[in-house]
Design a protein around this ligand. Sequence first.
Ligand code: AMP
Length: 282
Amino acid sequence: MRVIEKISDLKAAITAQRKAGKSIGLVPTMGFLHEGHISLVEASRRDNDITVMSIFVNPAQFGVNEDFDKYPKDIEGDCRKAEEAGTDIIFAPTAAEMYPQGYGTYVDVNGITNRMCGRSRPGHFKGVATVVTKLFNIVQPDKAYFGQKDAQQAVVIKKLVHELNMNIDIEVCPIVREKDGLAMSSRNVYLSPEERKAALVLSAALAKAERLINEGERDARKIHALIENEICGESLADIDYIAVVDAGTLEEIKLLKGSIMAAVAVRFGKTRLIDNIILEVR
Ligand code: AMP
């Protein structure tokens, strides 16, 4: 496995692989890898000859009062895990390499970014869309892999690729969870033991909503209320948003029909966690 920091070196390595006729998969991450990230590498390896993982804590997607400075890092551990999983190339640039002095070009996906996480984190998706566009241009992958864990992000990336006419397939992989249901996240290390326990309310509330829908409930407001009640029952939980939306457009719905998403963002102390379910409803 090669670890590359310079854009020019990565482009040269990619050109050589392309000349040899190899297909390329890209797994963008911010590092501090867990099994969720590894599942994306595994999906990429199934489809492509070469898997490139980027590890970059992207300053452009963090708000001023967010956790950019203390975002967890472990580049040595990440390299070991990525190599064990069969990653071929790690691209770990510095912020100055990605955003040199005077940098001024940003990608803004409108509409779907002003709700849910976009409402609570203004500018977040502009940072995400910009860095992902840069990574796509640098690597020019055949296919790129994202997690359903960040469901709104996946919808934003699909829209970006479609509207900017990029020839890249986007695969969204299922949420990998801890045994007790908590969605894996690099941010879970911030949780105190009490908060870690309390955070189980997210997957439990979503699982309960799924059961109710499977039993025939089609009123989105009732599902919203159920999730809210469950989460409010946990004193350490501070709700940012609960959304019951169309999974493709992220628009609020009244009637559950077709591909629907129930998504939550909740603070436990200083840590903001997200989780969601996507269901096909007849
Ligand atoms: P991050 O490093 O948190 O920016 O995540 C990098 C990629 O891994 C994103 O596409 C995430 O959606 C995905 N990811 C993060 N956590 C999980 C998880 N628990 N299951 C599946 N994919 C995940």
